[in-house]
Design a binder for this molecule. Structure first.
Ligand code: SF4
Length: 171
């Protein structure tokens, strides 16, 4: 029996990134995969952006965070938020989530947030899917792939996932 855990699809080797590649984490896939039954999600593919595609980035415009193509060719803010909010509500069967760091969709924190007039960026954004996921499931254990290389954070995450799963069984 394996515990169901959500994960950014590119971390399992799915070729869904903007450049048509992936970000397979052998630790997540092979090692943690022994305990977790993964539910992979790629929010950008799910809203119909193919791979390869123009990269998207977060831009602060009139006080609002928008998801725009870095070449200015499209804006997927509303589509990405609508998908993310709906998907986040449906994920009540998972006991944890591993997010791909720095992504404008999946990044949990420190995502580049650009100014409206290309005046540079600050690492203060949250990916739009990650934000919806954490807001809809505030107690869900969530971690970024890179931080799981740290043995203490890794153990902490796995223990939180098991504890959350036990709590779900009681509800
Ligand atoms: Fe898709 Fe998220 Fe991976 Fe980007 S980080 S390729 S949106 S799963």
């Amino acid at each position: 029996y394996k515990i169901k855990v959500g994960i950014s699809a590119c971390l399992l080797g799915q070729e869904v990134r903007f450049d048509g590649g992936h970000k397979r984490s052998s630790f997540c896939d092979r090692d943690l995969g022994a305990y977790f039954d993964y539910h992979p999600v790629c929010p950008e593919m799910a809203i119909g952006l193919g791979a390869p595609r123009a990269a998207i980035r977060l831009v602060k415009r009139n006080g609002e965070v928008r998801a725009e193509a870095s070449n200015g060719s499209f804006d997927v803010t509303e589509k990405l938020i609508a998908f993310s909010e709906q998907k986040a509500r449906q994920l009540d069967f998972i006991s944890g989530y591993i997010l791909c760091a720095k992504s404008p969709s999946c990044g949990m924190e420190r995502v580049k947030l650009y100014g409206a007039n290309n005046e540079g960026s600050a690492k203060e954004g949250i990916g739009l899917f990650a934000k919806a996921l954490m807001e809809a499931n505030p107690l869900l254990p969530v971690e970024e792939d890179g931080r799981l290389n740290d043995p203490i954070l890794r153990e902490n995450f796995v223990l939180r996932v098991f504890a959350y799963h036990d709590w779900q069984q009681l509800c």
